[in-house]
Write a protein that binds this ligand. Structure first.
Ligand SMILES: *Cc1c(COP(=O)(O)O)cnc(C)c1O
Length: 390
């Protein structure tokens, strides 16, 4: 008998990771010689800014940075995150108890479940939503409880509807604004309501703020921690990946409720041994250095947004012009299933997008396009989409 075939049940509960499937189909098309325009994966084409690279080179030359470090991260890095939160959001954090650096925020989002979720416990997850909330829940033995997001309500959770059902088994709730994949933003009033909801029912709120700095038209997204009593009931994940164009570097942070942060730290201390010290130094340089590069990044993405979302709208697609994130969330005309639309787009036009249903059943009827190629290629993508649009 093949010993590797006797997998844990949680492995069979785990769905195929969405991006793996998108990448597989794309690789097949590239192997066939197709000139593929890849709007599938949310990884910007811009390189990490030079002053961050310079700090990295210097840190690399210092042999002290070649060793194990603590899962808690350098004090200088925790301080840099705390100062950044104060300057950006007006949120005051204790760097020793309310800030925990992560090996990318996905790492913390996955691991937080292990600290709180037992078999039989439930986790509230957005549908459609980022797949790691579900993966982390299942790997911890918990039960995902999807809450629907709908266009009619601005892709925001309906807390009143949730409260009409039994919430006694729910331990944790994930929210994510600005949202991947829907691009919707939330205001402080929503965060106030979610924090109060969490406090009423003893549900830990985990807010994923990966896109707080990728905003347009001067509308700056808030932090969940600005909400009333938020640090009594929740934490927020932030990441340097999208903010400083550092997706491959693997550095993020969890901030907020000291007890939740400590529990997440206890899990981490058993699984890993800190972010590469050189990357921690790079993170300090990013957080404390020149911030004007963020404006440049936003201007680029805003031009791409105008070009692509505007182009789709002219072709008759239902599309909301996003005020944040580098995605466009498009409605598929004619009731075509999203997986079929995405496959047709790849096969007939060589354009990769992610089918909305891959983010959950309520994503059906939509597709997500990542604005991670330059304007010439985006214009080409619109032209190709025009040709396959009936
Ligand atoms: C990109 C992304 C992340 C993860 O980023 P890391 O690189 O792991 O820090 C988390 N949440 C959402 C919604 C994302 O799109």
């Amino acid at each position: 008998m093949d010993a590797a075939a006797r997998k844990a049940k949680r492995m069979t509960d785990l769905p195929l990771y969405l991006m793996d499937e998108v990448v597989r189909l794309k690789d097949q098309a590239v192997a066939r010689g197709v000139d593929v325009i890849d709007l599938g994966v949310g990884d910007p084409d811009f390189s990490t800014p030079p002053h961050i690279l310079a700090a990295t080179h210097a840190a690399l030359e210092n042999a002290a940075n070649h060793h194990y470090s603590s899962y808690r991260g350098f004090a200088t890095l925790r301080r840099a995150f705390a100062d950044w939160y104060r300057d950006r959001f007006g949120v005051v954090l204790d760097p020793d108890t309310e800030v925990l650096p992560l090996i990318g925020s996905k790492e913390g989002i996955g691991h937080v479940h292990l600290a709180f979720v037992e078999p039989g416990d439930e986790v509230l997850l957005p549908d459609p939503g980022y797949p790691t909330y579900q993966g982390g829940t299942i790997l911890a033995g918990g039960t995902p409880r999807y809450y629907p997001l709908r266009a009619e309500t601005g892709w925001l959770p309906d807390l009143g509807e949730l409260e009409r059902h039994d919430l006694s088994r729910v331990k944790l709730m994930h929210i994510n604004y600005p949202s991947n994949p829907t691009t919707a933003s939330a205001d402080l009033a929503l965060f106030d309501a979610v924090a109060a909801f969490g406090l009423r029912h003893g549900i830990i709120i985990c807010h994923d703020n990966a896109y707080s700095e990728v905003y347009f038209d001067g509308i700056r997204p808030p932090s969940f921690l600005q909400a009333k009593d938020a640090t009594e009931i929740g934490i927020e994940f932030h990441s340097l990946s999208k903010t400083y164009l550092m997706t491959g570097w693997r550095i993020g942070v969890a901030v907020g409720h000291a007890g939740v942060i400590a529990a997440l730290g206890d899990v981490k201390s058993n699984y890993e041994t800190g972010i590469f010290p050189v990357v921690q130094q790079a993170g300090v340089a990013a957080l404390t250095g020149d911030q004007s590069l963020l404006d440049t990044m936003r201007r680029h993405f805003q031009r791409r947004r105008d070009l692509f979302a505007g182009g789709l709208a002219r072709l008759g697609y239902r599309v909301q012009i996003p005020t944040a994130t580098f995605y466009v969330w498009g409605g598929i005309p004619g009731g075509e299933p999203s997986a079929r639309f995405a496959k047709r787009l790849l096969d007939d036009a060589g354009v990769v997008v992610t089918p909305g249903a891959g983010f959950g059943p309520h994503g059906e009827g939509y597709f997500r396009a990542a604005l991670t190629v330059d304007e010439t290629r985006l214009a080409e993508a619109i032209e190709r989409i025009r040709r396959i649009t009936v």
